[in-house]
Write a protein that binds this ligand. Structure first.
Ligand code: WT7
Length: 645
């Protein structure tokens, strides 16, 4: 096995799994010994889920960038760390070797230092998928600044809220970003986000699209100028260096905002050592990575999948990570397959929504594309339906590539439940088995372990985890109580995932979806309360209720029921105004797919909206409405049903 901690067979999995549970300290210290530390830890793991407190490798000192870059330089300096494929296939590919990555990251670190950014400061990164985004992330980690990457699809208002929550002092952005046939004016969105901001001192702008930008004196800086200046500082006689800050194992590495069941996204915090170990360990084991292979994760670095499986996991393992700037359907629906062919991709990791959308174009886009380099396929982000699974298996994998269905969350930092390619069996629609160190538990509403099988012979319940794994969420930034109530208070002494799941007799898990008010639209997480808040900002809206409904491509679509204050409205125009409002407040990803104007909402006598009923109507299941007699106004249900879109 190329990595000392790589699992080699099903029997080895069983052996490692039981060791990880029986003696986690020995198990994890052996793995940790294969990383680079400045100082050894005092204790492997110290935790309680009541506060919650989770600490791994306490007392140790390290810098994650030395693990991701420096330690590979002697042997792999000239190997590609990042292969960058531009949005436009006519533009040239960029290959970033480990040596070059080292230099660029040192330059960013120097640039941050030159501009007064210090260890612990929060740096917001709002960029398209260019290699400079990876340099920015790692440059922060090199000096110990906490990065908060915001996906390029979020609005100025969303950015403003996140800047404020994190009290960020520095921003790295681009003039614009290319995505398919669109140019997204990122800097101009940042300018709007900064109106009224009191904490940000500088904005560094990388030139990508040459979109005109306004540059404010004393505040805004060009990336190119700053990096050129930094280059003269970090290079002496051809030797590049910028000392990596010695960080505590438990210092925060980054904040990543994600939606919950309230209107306000929360800043999930991961700490350095545990996150590093888990992303690397899971990358190597789930994908069974072999050095030299090309790993293509199609996510955006603005989401956790990109953080863990484009940047940190692969680089820490010394892998070659392919980073793609564009979208799967531009210039045509063969774009992924061209990339696989051109760069001889070995591992392809994407989302079920992308598979379903590409499936819709049939086999024509696959014609003439050589996919024979593919060895392993993966999916993430939402349950995969069997039809999409089989299409992926047959048309892309040619029945010859194991598919890993990886279940995890922003809060878990890396994959928790998944088969391991070629090592543990796959089962279409099932994430299958927990990785070593992960102890799932299915509980009923009162928190008792589910012991009885249902009619189909499955255990069915809410998915919890019994003990911490190295990259457990540490806190929600600035509000530890929120972390406790959200994840650790529903069931005492358990981490609650918010997902429902089934378990079969062999111990395989099938994730059935969220059991809270969180939607999963095209693998993006959106809170219904967040969308409602945005809709309610529109001047004419009196009240709204948002639910999810099954959508062929997106997995879930957003269905909004809205009470509007004008009787004779131009419905279509008003819908467009509301969509515009949601785009302004959150971003285009949160736009409802359907808007139904209703005279009232089904409420209990205590005024609580009966979402169950609204979900049934949105699903088109009018027979399953159940007992509506306890409603304040039962007649409203019939009226809403009549107007269903
Ligand atoms: C939610 C987490 C983890 C990276 C992408 C999403 C759903 C994730 C699977 C899967 C079924 C899945 C869950 C989870 N989910 N992976 N393989 N099968 N559902 O991260 O935005 O934090 O969302 O995505 O519902 O709770 P996220």
């Amino acid at each position: 096995m190329p990595y000392p901690y790589q699992i080699s067979s099903f029997a080895d999995y069983e052996f490692q799994y039981s060791r990880s549970i029986q003696d986690p300290s020995a198990f994890w210290s052996e793995i940790a010994a294969h990383f680079t530390w400045c100082k050894h830890w005092d204790e492997v793991c110290n935790w309680n889920f009541t506060e919650p407190k989770v600490e791994w490798f306490k007392g140790a000192k390290l810098n994650i960038t030395e693990n991701c870059i420096d330690r590979h330089l002697a042997e792999k300096g000239e190997q590609p760390a990042i292969i960058w494929e531009p949005n436009n296939p006519e533009e040239r590919t960029r290959i970033v070797t480990y040596n070059r990555l080292h230099k660029r990251v040192c330059q960013v670190a120097q640039m941050l230092k030159n501009n007064g950014v210090k260890k612990g400061d929060r740096v917001c990164i709002y960029m398209g998928m260019v290699p400079e985004l990876a340099y920015a992330v790692l440059g922060c980690a090199r000096i110990g600044a906490i990065h908060s990457v915001i996906f390029g699809g979020f609005s100025a208002q969303s950015i403003a809220d996140r800047l404020d929550d994190a009290q960020a002092t520095f921003i790295i952005t681009c003039d614009g970003a290319y995505r398919g046939n669109k140019d997204i004016p990122l800097k101009s969105v940042i300018d709007d986000a900064l109106i009224g901001n009191k904490t940000v001192k500088h904005v560094v702008v990388f030139t990508r699209t040459r979109t005109p930008v306004s540059m404010l004196k004393h505040r805004d800086l060009w990336w190119e100028d700053e990096m050129d200046h930094a280059e003269t500082q970090i290079e002496r006689d051809g030797v590049v260096s910028f000392p990596a800050e010695e960080m505590d194992a438990e210092d925060p590495l980054f904040i990543l905002y994600t939606s919950g069941s309230t209107g306000k996204p929360k800043g999930v915090v991961h700490s350095i050592a545990g996150y590093m170990l888990w992303t690397t360990y899971t990358f190597v084991n789930v994908f069974q990575y072999t050095p030299g292979e090309v790993h293509f994760c199609t996510a955006d670095i603005g989401w956790i999948t990109g953080h863990s499986y484009i940047v940190y996991g692969p680089l820490c393992a010394g892998a070659t990570s392919l980073m793609f700037e564009g979208i799967p359907t531009w210039p045509d629906a063969g774009r992924f397959w061209d990339i696989v062919d051109k760069h001889k991709v070995n591992i392809l990791y994407t989302a079920p929504t992308a598979i379903r959308s590409l499936m819709g174009f049939g086999e024509e886009p696959l014609q003439g594309k050589d996919l024979s380099s593919l060895r392993i396929l993966g999916t993430v982000g939402e349950p995969i339906n069997e039809e999409a699974w089989h299409w992926y298996n047959e048309k892309i994998g040619k029945n010859n590539c194991p598919i890993v269905d990886t279940w995890w969350q922003t809060e878990t930092g890396g994959v928790l439940i998944s088969n391991m390619a070629g090592i543990t069996p796959s089962k279409p629609g099932w994430a299958t088995l927990p990785l070593p160190g992960v102890q799932p538990l299915l509980v009923d509403e009162s928190g008792n372990e589910v012991m009885q099988k249902d009619e189909q012979g499955f255990f069915k319940g809410n998915l919890c985890i019994k003990a911490p794994w190295p990259s457990t969420i540490r806190t929600t930034y600035g509000d530890h109580e929120r972390c406790r109530t959200n994840y650790f208070a529903t069931y005492p002494n358990l981490y609650f995932t918010g997902d429902g799941a089934l378990k079969d007799e062999q111990g395989n898990y099938r994730i059935t979806g969220r059991v809270d008010d969180v939607l999963n639209v095209s693998g993006h997480r959106i809170g219904t309360a967040e969308v409602e808040n945005a809709i309610n900002m529109h001047a004419g809206v009196i009240e709204s209720a948002v639910v999810g409904y099954p959508h062929d491509i997106k997995g879930q679509g957003i269905y909004a029921y809205i009470i509007y204050n004008h009787l004779h409205l131009d419905e279509n125009l008003t819908r467009l105004d509301i969509l515009q409002t949601v785009t302004r407040i959150i971003g285009a990803i949160a736009k409802p797919d359907k808007i139904q104007f209703v005279p009232g909402l089904p409420k209990t006598r205590s005024g609580k909206i009966m979402r169950r009923i609204l979900r049934k109507i949105a699903e088109g299941d009018l027979s399953g409405l159940g007992d509506t007699s306890t409603l304040l106004d039962p007649a409203v249900v019939e009226e809403i049903s009549k107007g269903k879109l």
